[in-house]
Design a protein around this ligand. Structure first.
Ligand SMILES: C[S@@+](CC[C@H](N)C(=O)[O-])C[C@H]1O[C@@H](n2cnc3c(N)ncnc32)[C@H](O)[C@@H]1O
Length: 405
């Protein structure tokens, strides 16, 4: 592979914004990719993948290059040189790469590969937490979480069949494969910009990780039911739920952020979904109005996001222990208040995209032992681990509200 100067410079500029200015990686990437209209999909792919790769391996590369934050421009080029060397890419004879110690880079990599927190490129506190919560399992989970995420589509059965989407995309040289056990999923064989296709614009599919597609299945919505999606965000799960209900019945999508619900409404129109109503939760009154009104409630709770590090490697550096503690309190508060919306005999699903038992099983256990939780019985749970599934880490638990005596 030959390195192109403007693509490398765009990568360096993006890394500066992410590492030194605390900007969110996905937002930086969106802006960077708008910079030059002449860039084709391979150029864009190079910038995005290289930037994300260097974000993912920041600690390892910084230790190899012997540089410390904040990274000045020469140091960002040193990180880049480590990336290129370890990926077998020839370093060009530009002045920014003068005296790159290629052999030393390889030697340092071998030396440092014995220390997990450096090899897997994670902060000390996160490595300690992983061991405390997952014991021996942490090793393979963090390894899996450092792999590049596959792109998975969820076909929208209101608009198309899996075969139709597969054939139409194949006509545009976008090859996909079906995933056993995931009835609406198609995995891209190679990364491609699916958002530009007519099929996406017409709502035939959404991009949604395979593990995330398990949540609506687990909830098992039926046409005609009244379902509350309590932390609906931009509606990844609401849209899936509505499609499984065949547009019959009602999905009430709640969130504390109006802008996310507005995005949900846009996506619902594209998806041909007509049975979602959105409500911003700005007072406790909004919750009270819905007490015992839902057949099923989904709480897709805000969480550490540790299960989706593949997709969002930047979170390794942005996440703080204090945030984790406060988000656990929020999770329990949400469980306590939104569970009241379930009708007697109805069901509650609590889900997170975390792999930490303290955000998952422990929260359910605390809830069941509480006054509010006493009216629920535990039905089942599912712990989807990145190492065994190959996709994101997710947790989901199903509880049933007891009938009134
Ligand atoms: C994991 S995200 C939801 C993702 C979404 N369900 C999807 O599938 O695309 C959690 C959501 O909970 C929302 N949230 C946080 N606190 C909340 C609260 N007290 N009540 C309702 N939603 C809340 C956040 O704004 C965020 O959109």
């Amino acid at each position: 592979m030959r390195l192109h100067r403007n693509l490398v410079f765009a990568t360096i500029d993006s890394l500066h914004l992410i590492f030194n200015e605390g900007k969110q990686a996905d937002k930086v990437m969106k802006n960077t990719l708008k910079r030059d209209k002449r860039w084709g999909s391979r150029d864009r792919g190079f910038i995005a993948e290289t930037t994300y790769d260097i974000v993912r391996w920041k600690r390892l590369y910084a230790e190899i290059a012997e540089v410390k934050e904040p990274f000045d421009r020469p140091n960002l080029f040193r990180l880049f040189a480590v990336w290129a060397t370890l990926n077998g890419i020839k370093i060009p004879d530009w002045k920014q790469f003068e005296d790159t110690p290629t052999r030393r880079i390889k030697g340092r990599f071998d030396e440092l590969s014995n220390i997990r927190k450096i090899k897997e490129s994670i902060p000390d506190w996160l490595d300690e937490l992983g061991v405390k919560e997952l014991g021996k399992k942490w090793d393979k989970e963090i390894k899996a979480l450092n792999q590049l995420a596959d792109v998975v589509l969820r076909v929208n059965p209101l608009k198309a069949t899996v075969t139709q989407v597969q054939n139409e995309l194949s006509d545009q040289n976008i090859e996909t494969e079906v995933l056993k056990g995931y009835p609406f999923a198609l995995k891209l064989k190679e990364r491609a910009n699916v958002f530009g296709t007519e099929q996406f614009k017409n709502g035939w599919f959404e991009v949604q990780d395979a593990s995330s597609q398990k949540v609506a299945d687990f909830l098992n919505p039926k046409p005609g039911e009244r379902i509350v999606d309590a932390c609906a965000g931009a509606g990844g799960k609401s849209l899936h739920i509505a499609s499984l209900m065949d547009n019959k019945g009602q999905v009430l999508a709640l969130d504390i952020y109006e802008n996310k619900l507005n995005e949900l409404k846009r996506r619902a129109r594209r998806n041909g979904v007509h049975n979602i109503e959105t409500r911003v939760i700005d007072t406790t009154k909004a919750i009270k109005k819905l007490v015992e009104k839902a057949d099923k409630v989904l709480i897709d709770a805000p969480c550490s996001g540790l299960g989706v590090l593949k997709r969002n490697p930047d979170a390794k550096w942005k996440l703080q222990p204090e945030f984790l503690e406060s988000i656990k309190n929020t999770q329990q508060e949400i469980l306590q208040s939104y569970s009241r919306m379930v009708k007697p005999g109805g069901e509650l699903v609590y889900a997170t995209c975390s792999i930490l038992p303290s955000e998952n099983e422990a929260q359910v256990k605390t809830f069941l032992a509480s006054e509010e939780g006493k009216s629920f019985t535990f039905i089942k749970d599912d712990n989807i681990m990145p190492s065994s599934s190959g996709f994101d880490g997710f947790y989901m638990a199903k509880l049933q509200k007891k009938e009134k005596e």
